[in-house]
Each structure stands twice: as structure tokens, then as C-alpha cells.
Write a protein that binds this ligand. Sequence first.
Ligand code: DX5
Ligand code: ZN
Length: 224
Amino acid sequence: MIELAPSILSADFSRLGEQVRAAGEGGAAVIHVDIMDGHFVPNLTIGPPVVKSLRKVTELPLDCHLMIENPDEFIPVFAEMGANWISVHQEAVCHLNRTLHLIKSHDCLAGVVINPATPVDTLSEVLDIVDYVLVMSVNPGFGAQKFILSTLHKMRQLAEIRHRRELNFRIEVDGGVALDTVGDVVRAGAEILVAGNAVFGKGDPKKNAEELLKAATEAALQKV
Ligand code: DX5
Ligand code: ZN
């Protein structure tokens, strides 16, 4: 099943509640929240208080993408503020097994993220633990970047490994997902589609989300 996860990074923060509601009306299944620390990535965004505020304005699951060093220090507080899904970067964590279990111990779905330059092979020992794998299709740090085509094969590879090893993790994609790339990512095997600029960049988030979801669903039908 294809699900849309609008990223609030490109939303108008002065009207965040309204924008999240509009994305929900447009069919969003999850709200993607980009947490950046200015160290792991060259940008700063939001922290636990914003997650707490988001929790009050939507019942959709909050998908917190931690682009931070030492995520173990912050996983408990994000869970407490209302995160439902928490993902950490393979590149930022030394003891990935421990970190994923920490996320699960806080009753959140646990995800692992790989940057465009990180191979899928680095995840072989955690694929049976994670609830989802997030394939970055841009270098993390900023919204509205160009989709990196060479990341598509990693979605295909993950789908193939999942089938071969009879695993259950879901495949999420993040970065540059828009009307011109959504067909490719869905056909490659992505099921949870993060989209920031394409939903909140301009125009009506509700209409943008509807159009993107429609294009994604059509591509999924072609795949069968
Ligand atoms: C990038 C973030 C993304 C970003 C995607 O570091 O992880 O979630 O918001 O934005 P778009 O869809 O605009 O590429
Ligand atoms: Zn993200």
C-alpha cells in the first residue's frame, strides 16, 4: 500500500497546524518531521516542543527523521512528546542494534536511514529488527533538492532482499519526490513517500497531496 508522508520542512511554520490539517485532508497517512542538529547535517530545524505542538493538531502518526548525532540522547524525549515513528541514520550511530531497540522500547516504530552514498549492504544485520528503511534520495539537510536517480536501485534491492529473506520492513523514500519522480520511486518499490516541497512548496497542500497520491497509486497499479 502506498502512503504519503508530507514533510513539514517546507511548510509555512507560522500556520503549521492549518498546513498539516490540509495535508491530512489531501490524503496524507503520516506527517514527516525533519529534525536537524547543525552537526550531522548543515542545517538546524526543530526540536521536541514542536513535536509536542504537532501532536495536538493531528491524529496522524508523526514520523520523526532524526538527522542528529547521538540520537540515543533524544529518542526518549521525542517519544514522550508524541513521535510514533523514529528513524536514525546508519551513518550517525555506532551501536545501531542498541539504538533500534531503544526506539522500540519507547513503543515507536523503528526506522533506519541511509544517505545516497551508503550501500544497502550495511543494513544486512538489522533488516530483521527495523519496521522501515528510509532511502535518502537527496543528501539530507535541505528541502527542494534534485532527486538523485542512482538511489533508485537501492529501493529495488531492498524489495528483493525483503522478499528473499521473508522480512516485513517497509520501504520509505525521502528527497525530491514530486510528480515527475513519483512513478519511478513507486515502481522501484518505495511504499512510504516523503514529500516536502511538492506538498507545501506552493499552492494548496490539500490539492498537491491529492495529485501526488493519485500519481503514486496509478504507478503502483502499473507495477502489478
Ligand atoms: C531532507 C529531508 C527531507 C526533505 C524532503 O534532509 O529529510 O524530508 O524535507 O524535501 P523535498 O521533498 O522538498 O525534497
Ligand atoms: Zn526527512
